[in-house]
Design a protein around this ligand. Structure first.
Ligand SMILES: Cc1cc2nc3c(=O)[nH]c(=O)nc-3n(C[C@H](O)[C@H](O)[C@H](O)COP(=O)(O)OP(=O)(O)OC[C@H]3O[C@@H](n4cnc5c(N)ncnc54)[C@H](O)[C@@H]3O)c2cc1C
Ligand SMILES: Cc1cc2nc3c(=O)[nH]c(=O)nc-3n(C[C@H](O)[C@H](O)[C@H](O)COP(=O)(O)O)c2cc1C
Ligand code: SF4
Length: 639
């Protein structure tokens, strides 16, 4: 990891390595972006993990420029005081910090802004649907002036750099892109005209911040929308803003219409924007920073070694593991907890909620999750080696307890084994890999192939026992559910049962959609039958959208608002939600994806076997890995 750990300079800025935390709004600020103790702890935790630079934001200066609840309204004095405190705390960790300046234009949230959204042209945002008003030339000049004023303010407050947000379909990107700009004056038409606002903003920012102060420019390498910016044009834009005074081109992608490119879910290949960064790097003389599914140091190092970028953004990578840079430095790469690109974090932000992370339960709880040595080391028995049990074992051991983890199968991971079988979900395998490495490093005793019974608990005599035995698939009470051609989705995914020919999948949630895709990719003719009016419920929306596209591509037939009322030897009988119509679907194999029930056989009578007990994860109530890992951590902290 020689290159990744190399120092780097950008004007007055000294970076201790090449890993950067780009702007990622975690949703921990108060109203109008008021800095909270939670926000400070979140950033300080990342600064302590060894990252070289943190860009905070987004910061909005125009009352009609906000796209989200937690954005810092730097036009309000009461917000600035908190930001100064945030800068001070990050600096205390020896990490420089920049501020992203943002104007959402037509992508502004109409419920948050004080007026009508503004844009280059009066073309509604295809996602927000609200009608913007086209900016006049004097209004454009006023916005340019404000970028300068607030960039200067950022410098005066103690920020070490600013970033002008020219990506993700926001105001500057709207001017850059024919997707949003149909002007016929000097701000529309040719590339030079469309780039005029970006160039004028940069010149004004440079005039205000002085010669030695670093300016970043965030640019979509491609927008992936019809008529939008492509890699044919974006290197030219990068060149123009470089000439205007930018020091770093920060390459990302997408607009609200293609938000899956802004925060790419696991179905995208790792490093999905590297090709665009490389194309831009070939045209500019300044450093290029790249973001997008770079969740581990190996790929980051390769990008740098191949000269495709100079700096690496890890947004979700550092949510999942703030200690990633430090672990790279210490040669503990196997112990990195990797972002699986599940998009649970951004899904919460879309709903104006603070983020949570599937794999890192500490996120947003940095204050309370401090791992403090236990007052008295105890003999702890963790039953079940799925995500809940593995996390409980890790945290309990870190607190000094003597921990033994018991697993009935021949490997750790629990349901993650089945969850990682579909072609785009292989990334989930990093969950058990991470725990295997850390549990080994922590010297947790792991007993595989060892089913726990009440007798074993009695014989082991633990001081504390944690039951994390997960769940079993539900067997719906449909006549015919016991027929030999009926199988559980988990058994199909684990290849314990073959499913070929005409397959009917009952249930269109996470498991149903995954098993349908898994089988369709192998050539089966799959139909999903779902009671609800939609499928992919419970899947974060950007991923869900892509899974639905994938199923469409693979020819999966989706029947919603239909209930299977009978399974026959050669098919299933469905009834529509009005109960006035039945249809019969032919099937060689019927696959059940109809939920799970807790595997709680050890729970009853547990308190008679051990003085201190806890029941966690799917065993408590079947949900997701996020809840399982969170409850594992909580259990470990409570023992
Ligand atoms: C196909 C599929 C896809 C999924 N996709 C996702 C996803 O994308 N994102 C997400 O967050 N969640 C997903 N989930 C759900 C997620 O896998 C579970 O919520 C999570 O694994 C629950 O963790 P757990 O540790 O509570 O239980 P489990 O993972 O079920 O682990 C329980 C462990 O206990 C062991 N065990 C049971 N009884 C005993 C015993 N008596 N003695 C010793 N060991 C025992 C089991 O062998 C197992 O290893 C998916 C699930 C499935 C089936
Ligand atoms: C919860 C969340 C909030 C984000 N907020 C911003 C933002 O305010 N401004 C911005 O330019 N990018 C934002 N991003 C995008 C990230 O900076 C980054 O470009 C993207 O997540 C892809 O990089 P990654 O794969 O390393 O996460 C956000 C991403 C997430 C997950
Ligand atoms: S929630 Fe999922 S996508 Fe977001 S940082 Fe955590 S693992 Fe990555």
């Amino acid at each position: 990891m020689e290159k990744l750990l190399q120092e780097f300079s950008i004007r007055s800025l000294r970076l201790r390595n090449r890993i950067i935390l780009p702007t990622l709004d975690p949703g921990f600020a108060g109203e109008g972006g008021r800095v909270t103790s939670r926000l400070i702890h979140y950033f300080v935790r990342r600064a302590r993990g060894g990252v070289s630079f943190i860009m905070v934001g987004p910061a909005v200066f125009d009352p009609v420029g906000s796209s989200g609840t937690f954005e810092y309204r730097i036009d309000r004095n009461e917000i600035l005081e908190g930001l100064s405190q945030l800068i001070k705390e990050i600096h205390r960790c020896g990490v420089p910090v920049g501020l992203q300046l943002h104007h959402a234009g037509r992508q502004a949230n109409p419920d948050l802004i004080e007026g009508v959204p503004v844009a280059p042209s009066a073309i509604p945002c295809p996602v927000r649907k609200s009608q913007p008003r086209a900016l006049s030339i004097p209004e454009i000049e006023r916005i340019i002036e404000q970028y300068g004023i607030f960039a200067r303010k950022a410098r005066e407050m103690g920020f070490d750099a600013v970033e002008v947000h020219g990506s993700h379909g926001y105001l500057i990107a709207q001017f850059l892109s024919p997707f949003a700009n149909s002007r016929s004056d000097s701000y529309g038409g040719s590339l030079e005209n469309r780039a005029r606002l970006a160039v004028q903003v940069i010149r004004e920012v440079r005039r205000n911040v002085g010669k030695d102060f670093p300016i970043f420019f965030r640019l979509a390498g491609e927008e992936h929308v019809p008529g939008g910016l492509t890699v044919e044009e974006t290197p030219g834009i990068a060149r123009m803003v470089e000439e205007a005074g930018v020091d770093v081109i920060d390459v990302s992608a997408g607009t609200y219409r293609t938000a899956e490119w802004i925060v790419p879910p696991m179905i995208f290949p790792p490093g999905c924007n590297v090709y665009a960064a490389q194309a831009i790097k070939e045209k500019v003389g300044i450093p290029v920073l790249v973001a997008g599914r770079i969740n581990g140091p190996e790929l980051a190092e390769q990008i740098l070694q191949e000269g495709k970028a100079d700096l690496i953004s890890m947004a979700r990578g550092l949510v999942a593991d703030p200690d990633l840079p430090q672990k790279v430095r210490e040669g503990r790469v196997g112990e990195i907890r990797r972002c699986i690109a599940c998009n649970e974090c951004i899904d919460r932000l879309f709903q104006e909620q603070p983020i949570e992370c599937t794999v890192n339960p500490e996120v947003g709880r940095e204050e309370e999750f401090e791992i403090i040595p236990a007052p008295r080391p105890k003999k702890v028995m963790i039953i079940g080696g799925g995500p809940a049990g593995m996390e409980a074992a890790r945290v309990a051991r870190m607190r000094g307890h003597r921990v033994t983890l018991w697993e009935k199968e021949d490997r750790l991971g629990g349901r993650i084994e089945a969850a990682s079988q579909t072609s785009f979900k292989g990334e989930l395998k990093s969950i058990p890999r991470y725990y295997e490495a850390v549990l080994k490093a922590l010297q947790v005793e792991v007993k595989l192939n060892t089913p726990v019974t009440p007798e074993k608990i009695r014989a082991f005599q633990p001081d504390a026992a944690v039951v994390a035995t997960g769940s079993i698939p539900s067997l719906p009470s449909i006549p015919g559910a016991h027929l030999p051609h009926v199988a559980q989705a988990v058994d199909v995914l684990l290849r314990r049962v073959r499913a070929e020919g005409r397959v009917v999948v009952i249930g269109g949630g996470t498991v149903g959609c995954e098993v349908a895709t898994f089988l369709a990719e192998k050539g089966a003719k799959v139909t999903i039958v779902e009671m609800l009016p939609y499928v992919a419920h419970g899947i974060p929306r950007l991923l869900g959208k892509m899974i639905k596209d994938k199923m469409r591509e693979e020819g999966v037939r989706i029947l919603t608002g239909q209930k299977v009322v009978q399974i026959k030897e050669d098919g299933v009988v469905c009834e529509d939600s009005g109960k006035d119509h039945q249809t019969e679907l032919p099937a060689d194999r019927v696959v059940l994806a109809a939920g799970s029930v807790s595997r709680d056989d050890l729970v009853e009578g547990l308190s008679n076997l051990c003085p201190e007990t806890q029941v966690i994860g799917d065993c408590r109530k079947p949900r997701k890995a996020l809840e399982a890992i969170y409850e594992g951590a909580k259990a470990g902290l409570q023992i």
